[in-house]
Design a protein around this ligand. Structure first.
Ligand code: COA
Length: 321
C-alpha cells in the first residue's frame, strides 16, 4: 500500500513586492538580490490575510483537483512557522473554514522543512489505513516575522501556501521520506521571541528572522547534497531515474548546487524562487502545484522533493506522481 498525491493546489496573495520597491526601503539593489538569490519579486499577505487564510485557498484548489469534497477529508496537517495564533492550531482554523468536523487537525513546526515533515506524517496515516483522504498543507506569512530594516533578510522572504491531497493506492506514490534535524545549528537561523521564551526589547526585531546567511548557505548545500544521495541510495536508484527535482526555494544558487550534485540539468528543476522568494514550508507544495498545472509534471513522473530550514531541519521525499 502506498499513499498517492491525488490533487495539488497553491495560492499567493495578490500584492507583489518587487526588488525595485525594496531598493526604496533598504540599502540594496535589484542586481544584488537577483545575482545572490535569484529572487525578482515576492507576494505579501494583505492586512486581513493570515497563514490560515492562504492555507484555505490552497486547500480548496487541491481538494478540487483531487475530485473530492471537503467533507471527504479525514486527516489534516499544516506545516508552518507562522501560525495565526498560539492556539487553536492552523489546522483546526482551516478545518472549520472548510466545514470539516471531527478529523485530526494539527500543525507541524519544522521551519522550511515543515511540508516535508507533514507529508511524511500524513503518508504514515494513509498507508496504515487510518486515512483515506489526507490534506497536507505548507503555509506561511513570513512577512509578519521579517525585519523590514534588515537588508540581509528582508529581500529573501515571501508569503504563500501550497497543498496536496493524499489517498491510498496500490500503485507507487510517496516512495520514501527522509527526515533529519540537528539543533546544534539553532543560532544560524532563528526568530528569538516566542511564547514560553518571552520577548525582550524591540518587539519587531525580537520576532523577526535572524540569519547568518553565509553559514546557513554552506550548510544547506552540504546537507541537501547528502539527503538527496541518501534518498537515491535508499531506493537503489541512479539520478538518471529522476524526472524532476522539486526543491525548497531559498536561493537559486543553493538549488543549482543540489542539481549539480545530482547531475540534473536545470531544465529538470522546478524553480519558483524568482517570483515567490522563500516561502518556507509553503515553497515545495507551491512549486509542485505550479509545475503540475503548467503541464511539466505529469502522472507517472518520478520527483525528488527536498527542503532545509531553521533548527536546522531537513528532509526529502521520493514521489511517483
Ligand atoms: N543588498 C546589498 N548588499 C547586501 C544585502 C542586500 N540585500 N544583504 C547583504 N549584503 C551585503 C553584506 O553586508 C555583505 O557585505 P560585506 O561583504 O561588505 O560585509 C555582502 O553583501 C555579502 O554578504 P554575504 O552574506 O556573504 O552574501 P552571500 O553571497 O552569502 O548571499 C544570502 C547572502 C543571504 C543571499 C545567502 O547567504 C543565502 O541565501 N543564505 C542562505 C539562505 C538559506 O538557505 N536559508 C536557510 C533555508 S531557509
Amino acid at each position: 500500500m502506498y499513499s498517492r498525491i491525488a490533487g495539488t493546489g497553491h495560492y499567493v496573495p495578490e500584492r507583489i513586492l518587487t526588488n525595485a520597491e525594496l531598493e526604496k526601503i533598504v540599502d540594496t539593489t535589484d542586481e544584488w538580490i537577483r545575482s545572490r538569490s535569484g529572487i525578482e519579486q515576492r507576494h505579501i499577505a494583505a492586512d486581513d490575510q493570515t497563514t490560515a487564510s492562504l492555507a484555505i485557498e490552497a486547500a480548496k484548489r487541491a481538494i478540487e483537483a483531487a475530485g473530492i469534497t471537503p467533507g471527504d477529508i479525514d486527516f489534516l496537517v499544516v506545516g508552518t512557522t507562522t501560525p495565526d495564533l498560539v492556539f487553536p492550531n492552523v489546522g483546526t482554523i482551516v478545518q472549520e473554514a472548510l466545514g470539516i468536523h471531527g478529523c485530526a487537525a494539527f500543525s507541524v513546526e519544522a521551519a522550511c522543512s515543515g511540508f516535508i515533515y507533514a507529508l511524511s506524517i500524513a503518508d504514515k496515516f494513509v498507508t496504515s489505513g487510518e486515512s483515506k483522504n489526507a490534506l497536507v498543507i505548507g503555509a506561511e506569512t513570513l512577512s509578519r516575522i521579517t525585519d523590514w530594516t534588515d537588508r540581509s533578510t528582508c529581500v529573501l522572504f515571501g508569503d504563500g501556501a501550497g497543498a496536496v491531497v493524499l489517498q491510498p493506492s496500490t500503485e507507487q506514490g510517496i516512495i520514501s521520506t527522509h527526515l533529519h534535524a540537528d539543533g546544534q545549528y539553532k543560532d544560524l537561523l532563528y526568530a528569538p521571541a516566542g511564547v514560553s521564551k518571552r520577548p525582550q526589547g524591540d518587539l519587531n526585531k525580537e520576532f523577526a528572522i535572524h540569519m547568518q546567511g553565509n553559514e546557513a548557505f554552506k550548510l544547506a548545500v552540504k546537507t541537501l547534497g547528502a539527503v538527496v544521495k541518501e534518498t537515491l541510495e535508499a531506493n537503489s536508484l541512479d539520478h538518471d531515474a529522476l524526472d524532476w527535482l522539486v526543491p525548497h526555494q531559498a536561493n537559486k544558487r543553493i538549488i543549482e548546487a543540489t542539481a549539480k550534485r545530482l547531475g540534473m540539468p536545470m531544465e529538470k528543476v522546478i524553480l519558483t524562487v524568482a517570483k515567490y522568494g522563500n516561502t518556507s514550508a509553503a515553497s515545495v507544495p507551491m512549486a509542485l502545484d505550479v509545475a503540475v498545472r503548467d503541464g511539466r509534471i505529469k502522472r507517472g513522473d518520478l520527483l525528488l522533493a527536498e527542503a532545509f530550514g531553521g533548527g536546522f531541519t531537513w528532509g526529502s521525499a521520493l514521489i511517483r506522481f
